[in-house]
Design a protein around this ligand. Structure first.
Ligand code: GLU
Length: 202
């Protein structure tokens, strides 16, 4: 999705994916979107929200009710930018760690994904060799770490100490060139806090 111009709100609902950047609490918007996607079937669900330079997320295997219960037991996910996901497992069983969103080693960014990344084995071996800490069995998590690598190469914007605006979209474009398969990906990053970036192939 494009960056949000002043006064505008973006909401995208894809198969099993909801992304929101606006002025309402992202938790409410994303959970409402996920409940509307329930009819499609899924085995796990999760949500990540960006707020005050930090990423917060919760994810659970099983029905959305499990996620709702987990959210009730933790401090509220406060923020107006977020992503949510309902999963149909292809890589790894339906467990809490395999549920989406997936994060990078630095917990700066979160990724949700529908589809399959076919060159999973090669990318996983490469990322492990580079020292990335992989915490799930999924193909999706690889994208979080590939984005981490890309974001590390982006120069800071003038005087901000943060990657320049649009960095996440650029990183996503570069990472997609390395992926084989058919997929939809959506990512948020605390260093590009108003952007929800989506990419789709086939
Ligand atoms: N391949 C991913 C996984 O196994 C995404 C599956 C989906 O489309 O929900 O987590």
């Amino acid at each position: 999705m494009p960056r949000r111009p002043p006064g505008r709100t973006s909401l995208a609902v894809m198969c099993g994916i909801v992304g929101y950047a606006g002025y309402r609490p992202a938790l409410d918007v994303v959970m409402d979107g996920l409940s509307r996607l329930e009819y499609r079937g899924y085995d796990s669900a999760g949500i990540a929200v960006v707020a005050d330079g930090k990423l917060a997320w919760t994810k659970r295997a099983g029905k959305l009710a499990n996620l709702t219960a987990a959210l009730a037991e933790r401090p509220p996910l406060v923020g107006t930018v977020g992503v949510g996901h309902t999963r149909w497992a292809t890589h790894g069983p339906p467990t809490d760690p395999n549920a989406h969103p997936h994060t990078d080693c630095t917990d700066h960014l979160a990724v949700v994904h529908n589809g399959i990344i076919e060159n999973f084995a090669t990318l996983r071996a490469e990322l492990k060799d580079q020292g990335h800490h992989l915490t799930s069995d999924t193909d999706t998590e690889l994208v979080a770490h590939l984005l981490e690598e890309e974001m590390a190469t982006v120069p800071d914007g003038p005087g901000t100490g943060l990657p320049r605006p649009g960095a996440l979209a650029t990183a996503m474009r570069t990472v997609c060139q390395r992926l084989q398969g058919a997929f939809t990906l959506v990512a948020v990053d605390v260093r590009d806090p108003e952007a929800v970036v989506g990419a789709r192939r086939n």
